[in-house]
Ligand binder design. Structure first.
Ligand code: ARG
Length: 454
């Protein structure tokens, strides 16, 4: 491709070192779409004839079909996906193929291919995230009566509906979808026509190319267009957060299936056994997902680090953008698909949840609220209930097992109805503020998500 200026062959070592076709071949569909659109602008500018354009389009489509069928021979010595396709086109159709790269550089070409690739990836990820949300909502809806302890500091804190806990993740994944949509909006801009750095003396109709490829906007600075990878960083950042959310959910699942919790059971199809210990049923999906999240976070840092020292404009360092992008997308896609499928077969264990939520200490805050409603300032009420908890410790009993005299000795504000509030269902009924887990609120949220997710 640059034989004019060179007298020596490229060293085999350099060829191996610099090739990217072993991974960027995945951009072939977008590379071909970009070339077909580019050829429309070349024809409009009178640089190729209608007949030449037809040959280019037919040749590219033929090559595309062969790639699709796995019959295309990728050549390392042709470095990347762009040169492989163009060289093969020219071998097949001659001069029209050699005209295709007019007023174009691989710098704007690769920027275009990546944007097209990521635009498509964002759409696919949105569907997978929606599926994940559906699995969580369904699991909650299948067990809408179940109450579990909610935890802070991994200490039992207050009772919540199991569904409320799951719906927290539905909210997280919804923000992830929103972030990806937002990133998609900013990456949906046509860079082609920026050339290597400063456009071209041959002026093409960029608006035509944009409309052929479905871009609602066109980059306005050729230097920015070939050196910008912000759009990829944004997608990787959104995916890193998806990874963090999946990892936290994994941790909950791992705790919930442990013998200590037993809140849920996973199906045999989504667990593994031990080659040594016959009793084991391991939550490998969750552990692997928690593990893989590190990779996805790393890829974001990797791309940022690649970019931070680069002078304007395109630098070959930028070829290092592709593997992190591909791997983050592949990893998150796989994790979402397997996790959603696993949750569809998961079952809560009502007995274990009921036993855990029967811990009367979960209602200590309710007791303080009771005193507040009888005129005791909250800080004071907190202290009184603290004494009640300490007394339970001494007497080795639950809050509901203290006597009325015990309560009266702690505060005269306690009346006989104090025992009425020490029921978990009562406690749930009372949590009616927006966002709190009263049964009505949780039912309404389940219905809202079911309607939103279809
Ligand atoms: N394979 C290259 C990349 O991924 C394509 C652009 C190469 N441009 C160049 N001037 N060498 O970045």
């Amino acid at each position: 491709m640059w034989k004019g200026r060179f007298q020596q062959e490229t060293s085999a070592l350099l060829q191996q070192y610099s090739e990217s076709v072993s991974f960027d071949w995945r951009l072939w569909r977008h590379d071909i779409a970009g070339s077909i659109a580019h050829s429309a602008a070349l024809q409009k500018a009178g640089l190729i004839t209608a007949d030449e354009r037809e040959k280019i389009v037919a040749g590219l489509e033929e090559i595309g079909a062969e790639i699709e069928a796995g019959k295309f021979q990728w050549k390392t010595e042709l470095e990347d996906v762009h040169m492989n396709i163009e060289a093969e086109l020219t071998r097949r159709i001659g001069d029209p193929g050699a005209k295709l790269h007019t007023a174009r550089s691989r710098n704007d070409q690769v920027a275009l291919d990546l944007r097209l690739f990521l635009r498509e990836a964002c759409d696919g990820l949105d569907g997978l995230l929606a599926e994940m949300q559906r699995s969580l909502v369904d699991l909650g809806a299948r067990h809408r009566e179940i109450i579990i302890p909610g935890y802070t500091h991994l200490q039992r804190a207050q009772p919540v509906y199991f569904a409320h806990h799951l719906l927290a993740y539905v909210e997280m994944f919804d923000r992830d979808r929103d972030r990806l949509r937002d990133a998609r909006k900013r990456l949906n801009v046509l860079p082609l026509g920026s050339g290597a750095i400063a456009g071209s003396t041959i002026v093409l109709d960029r608006e035509l190319i944009a409309s052929e490829l479905g871009f609602p906007a066109i980059t306005q600075n050729s230097m920015d267009a070939v050196s910008d990878r912000d759009f990829a960083v944004e997608v990787l950042a959104a995916l890193a957060l998806v990874a963090v959310h999946l990892s936290r959910l994994s941790e909950d699942v791992i705790l919930w299936v442990s013998s200590e919790f037993q809140f849920i059971q996973l199906s045999d199809a989504f667990t593994t056994g031990s080659s040594l210990m016959p009793q084991k049923k391991n939550p490998d999906v969750a552990e692997l997902t928690r593990g893989k999240s590190g990779r996805v976070i790393g890829h974001l840092v990797s791309l940022l680090t690649t970019l931070k020292g680069l002078p304007m404009t395109y630098n070959r360092d930028m070829q290092e953008d592709k593997e992190p992008i591909f791997d983050s997308i592949d990893t998150i896609r796989a994790a979402l698909a397997v996790f959603a499928a696993m949750l569809r077969e998961a079952r809560a264990n009502p007995a274990a949840c009921a036993a855990a939520v029967a811990d009367p200490m979960l209602l200590a805050t309710d007791l303080a609220d009771y005193l507040v409603l009888r005129g005791i300032p909250f800080r004071k009420a907190h202290e009184i209930v603290g004494h009640a908890v300490a007394l339970c410790g001494q007497k080795q009993c639950a809050l509901s097992q203290l006597t009325f005299a015990d309560y009266q000795s702690l505060s005269p504000a306690f009346a006989a109805d104090v025992f009425d509030i020490l029921h978990v269902e009562k406690s749930m009924q009372a949590r009616r503020a927006i966002g709190a887990p009263s049964p009505e609120n949780v039912a309404a949220q389940l219905a809202r998500w079911q309607a939103a997710l279809g």
